[in-house]
Write a protein that binds this ligand. Structure first.
Ligand code: AMP
Length: 443
């Protein structure tokens, strides 16, 4: 199928062709016509499949063809995303694909001043992209009217649930009109997603393009067994000897990410860190510098990396394996996107053997292991259990309170105060209204 016959009008097709897309990706081919027919959908599509255009293009088509007359523009489409980065990227796509339409869009998320967002909303917006916490701030402050929403999109819904957003989502649903079209995108179909879909969707069309928890075929994966104390040396050696540029490195903790970025920079490998304790400005700058090749390495924690969409990102390195095996799939999905090949390298020490087994069981595949000369693991070192860190998630139980970036917020009150005083925007996703209200005032 070509884009020309998929049901989009000339203004939108023109913007699509300017992006150089010759044909729709499988999720676009399936989702676009179904959404245009005004069906609800439940789409199982991982990031990198072209899912954003899969909902953005028909959304623009529907809203631009059904113009509402006179008065201030009401919000007619609401897109909810788990992270600020993803929200920003989705809105960027809306602007890109909608550049020849008269539709106005706006993105709102926490960690930045609320005032400019209020002004933008006041001026009238057709499509609103938001993270749940800041959206609720606006709802509570009555700076936003969602009573005219016709289409709701939940993007990366599994992540939103993982990050403890379910109550926020329920509160948002309560202020939306009952009659609306719902589009739910999720990389995985857990029982929680099925429950949410059951409540939210009306006779949905099921679209599934990527098999559950399968690693992209475009990504070659490799394990380099190495002692923990020599990981950094190995990483530097690989980056320098293989001449890797644009390397996204995953670290398990925020502190570890900072430390690794500084150490790499000292070794003349320009690096920046991105994680939940960085201000929005710092995060945006780090991402821009990485995209523009000003820094060679971006060290990220799992949640901060969510939504990072870089075309042709060639290398992902797991400096430490994630505690949650599904995160491995998300991590390596940052590369091998949109038909390009990518490489996912994991530096694995003896302590991570169990984590590796869990990952291999999940993806149902043995990852090739290669020992690099000079970095042979010391056989006398005994495994120690990996520490549970801020990135740890427990899937079955109620989620721990999380901060704006989905990283676990501290459970103890003293810690919590310390963190919040450092970063006033940090309770965006906690679901703690009182705290959110007081932070909103501060913001
Ligand atoms: P997404 O899964 O939405 O994060 O998109 C992944 C990447 O695919 C983005 O960088 C898009 O620019 C790109 N993309 C989206 N649609 C197409 C298409 N039809 N052809 C080629 N690339 C695309």
């Amino acid at each position: 199928m070509s884009f020309d016959t998929i049901g989009l009008s000339a203004d939108i097709l023109r913007a699509v062709s300017e992006q150089g897309y010759s044909e729709p990706t499988p999720v676009q081919e399936q989702a676009i016509p179904v959404i245009l027919e005004r069906n609800d959908i439940l789409a199982g599509a991982q990031t990198g499949t072209g899912k954003t255009a899969g909902f953005t293009l028909p959304l623009l088509e529907i809203l631009s063809s059904e113009k509402k007359s006179g008065g201030k523009r009401p919000v007619r489409a609401l897109v909810l995303t788990p992270t600020r980065e993803l929200a920003a990227q989705v809105e960027e796509s809306i602007k890109t694909y909608g550049k020849y339409t008269a539709l106005k869009s706006c993105v709102i998320f926490g960690g930045v001043k609320i005032g400019p967002q209020i002004n933008k909303l006041r001026s009238g917006v057709d499509i609103l992209v938001a993270t749940p916490g800041r959206l609720l701030d606006h709802i509570q402050q009555r700076t936003l009217d969602l009573s005219k929403v016709e289409i709701l999109v939940l993007d990366e819904a599994d992540r939103m649930l993982d990050m403890g957003f379910i109550r926020d989502i329920q509160k948002i649903l309560a202020v939306l009109p009952k009659q609306r079209q719902n589009l739910l995108f999720s990389a995985t179909f857990s029982n929680e997603i099925k429950t949410l879909a059951g409540k939210l969707l009306n006779s949905p069309v099921l679209i599934e393009v990527a098999k559950k928890n399968t690693a992209s075929e475009m990504v070659s994966q490799i394990i380099y067994p190495v002692d923990k104390s020599r990981k950094r040396e190995l990483l530097t050696t690989l980056i320098k000897s293989e001449k890797w540029f644009q390397v996204l490195v995953f670290a398990r903790t925020k502190h570890g990410a900072d430390r690794l970025a500084s150490q790499l920079s000292r070794e003349r490998v320009p690096a920046a860190a991105i994680h939940g304790n960085k201000s929005q400005g710092q995060r945006t700058r780090a991402l821009e510098d990485f995209k523009n090749n000003k820094v060679q390495v971006l060290v990220a924690t799992d949640i901060a990396a969510r939504g990072i969409d870089i075309d042709q990102l060639p290398h992902v390195v797991n400096y430490e394996l994630p505690n949650v095996p599904e995160d491995y799939v998300h991590r390596i999905g940052r590369t091998g996107r949109a038909g390009h090949e990518g490489q996912a390298v994991s530096l694995v020490c003896i302590d991570e053997k169990k984590l590796l087994n869990d990952i291999e069981r999940l993806i149902n595949q043995q990852i090739p292991k290669v020992i690099i000369d000079g970095f042979e693991p010391d056989p006398t070192i005994k495994a120690e259990p990996t520490k549970k860190t801020g990135g740890q998630r427990t899937r079955q139980k109620a989620r721990p309170t999380r901060n704006a970036n989905g990283e676990n917020a501290p459970s103890n009150k003293n810690n919590s105060r310390r963190r919040n005083s450092k970063r006033p925007g940090s309770t965006e996703s906690t679901g703690n209204n009182q705290q959110r209200r007081s932070n909103a005032k501060k913001r």
